[in-house]
Design a protein around this ligand. Structure first.
Ligand code: HEM
Length: 418
């Protein structure tokens, strides 16, 4: 069993590297176009001396701090040791048990428990957010590089450049739905919407990382649909506006909704409501650069904590696999080269390859509950799928105004305080 587990981990990390190595030119071109005219300024080091800060480079949040350890073969060996299969960082999930058992039997992931306050989708929203603000295409694994010399190919703000690319003019391949030059192309994988794809399955999107797995591809498609509907809405309200104005307004609406969701829904889950409010009312204490840039402390360390949130397997949807649920490991070496991979990787199209959001989001789950409730009221019976759904639903449900009794029982104050 151990060997099999090791094999899987090794192949998985190889797959990750290969994925990075194969990132297409689209993202680079689009990313660069988003950074034309990037801001720049001098920053002041704590112990004196100045350094250059640019929007299109990484930088340091604490430039005066000495490194924790200097590069050396001994340091490399220590890092390899904590990262090896079975090492300190290995969650030791029993991967051989397969995708279903890994979801229903918490004992198989004893070191890697579920987060009672987060829905499964929170993780992938976190990944999506990262892909909007950081993309290091330049630095090489194991080779020390100065952050100030390393290009960040994403703009360092939540502006959805990973979705919009360079806009309809510079990234016209992304647009053209229903013959509108300002709507995103959306295709279908059979049952629901899918990203536009080339014949080999590669998605035609501004950031190829947003097709790395089914969940993030589903989010990318959701933003396409949101923007396209916003275009319809703006057009209806302002029938005389030209396409440029309609596009700009639809993009504003989409981006503002996204930013609202980050501040009011996402951040409280990640850092706690109290800290969010503290920052909103008192301002930032440490990150106050002359121009916005992404610190390596965030990109290379703090925000990578998101990797620890990824479960070994998920249920992509409840009835998409010929009427059955589609369960899969996030990555399984067996899926390599398969037309419809057994796992949840992106880059392929098939009828079962879509996300049923009720597994991933509490608000989608409440919609299913509402429908299930209507069903019970009208025919007085509980369907087997409703019963199964109830058995599987999580212990903590985020509700706007939970009754005091439920608030006391809920394991997460953050979740229920919202
Ligand atoms: C299935 C889920 C995920 C997979 C397969 C994945 C995979 C990867 C890979 C292959 C890289 C580049 C290699 C590296 O530099 O280590 C990377 C980078 C990164 N990931 Fe993830 N990741 C996932 C989820 C997340 C989540 C949930 C977060 C945060 C909430 C996150 C944050 C980051 C950050 C900040 C980087 C650096 C990006 C850059 O600047 O280039 N990832 N991830």
């Amino acid at each position: 069993m151990k060997n099999k587990q090791q094999d899987r981990s090794t192949s998985r990390s190889l797959y990750r590297r290969r994925f990075l190595g194969t990132l297409g030119g689209t993202a680079v071109a689009v990313g660069a176009s988003g950074l034309l005219g990037a801001g720049a300024a001098f920053g002041q080091r704590a112990g004196g001396g100045r350094f250059f800060v640019r929007e299109d480079r990484f930088g340091r949040m604490f430039p005066g701090l000495p490194p924790f350890a200097s590069p050396s073969p001994r340091l490399n060996a220590a890092l390899m040791d904590i990262g090896k299969p079975g090492g300190l960082l290995d969650a030791k999930d029993n991967l051989a048990a397969g995708p279903i058992a890994l979801i229903v039997d918490p004992a198989l992931s004893a070191d890697n428990p579920n987060n009672p306050a987060h829905s499964a989708g929170t993780t992938f929203v976190g990944q999506f957010l990262d892909h909007d603000v950081t993309f290091d295409l330049g630095s090489r694994l194991g080779v020390p590089a100065r952050p100030e010399d390393s290009f960040n190919t994403r703009s360092p703000s939540f502006d959805l450049d990973s979705v919009y690319g360079g806009g309809p003019r510079h990234s016209s391949e992304l647009y053209g739905h229903e013959r509108s030059p300002i709507k995103f192309k959306v295709e279908s994988g059979g049952q629901f919407e899918d990203l536009p794809r080339r014949a080999n399955g590669t998605a035609i999107i501004a950031d190829p990382r947003n097709d790395e797995n089914l969940m993030i591809a589903g989010l990318q498609a959701a933003f396409y649909l949101f923007h396209n509907r916003a275009v319809d809405l703006v057009k209806k309200r302002h029938p005389r506006w030209d396409d440029d104005d309609i596009y700009r307004e639809a993009k504003h609406l989409t981006t503002w909704h996204y930013q609202w969701m980050i501040v009011n829904e996402f951040l409280p889950l990640f850092i706690g409501q109290r800290l969010v409010e503290d920052i909103l009312y008192r301002g930032r204490r440490y990150y106050r650069p002359p121009v916005g840039f992404i610190p390596v402390e965030f990109q290379g360390a703090a925000y990578r904590f998101g990797h620890t949130m990824v479960r070994p397997s998920y249920r992509a949807n409840i009835t998409g696999d010929k009427g059955q649920p589609f369960f899969g490991m996030v990555f399984d070496p067996a899926g390599e080269g398969q037309a419809d991979p057994v796992d949840l990787r992106g880059g392929a199209r098939a009828p079962r390859r879509f996300i049923g959001w009720e597994t991933f989001s509490t608000s989608a789950r409440s919609r299913v509950r509402a429908v299930a409730g209507r069903w019970e009221r009208t025919c007085g019976r509980t369907s087997s799928s409703t019963r199964a759904y109830r058995r599987r639903s999580s212990t903590c449900r985020c509700v706007r105004s939970p009754p005091a009794s439920r608030r006391r029982r809920c394991p997460s104050a953050t979740c229920c305080a919202r």
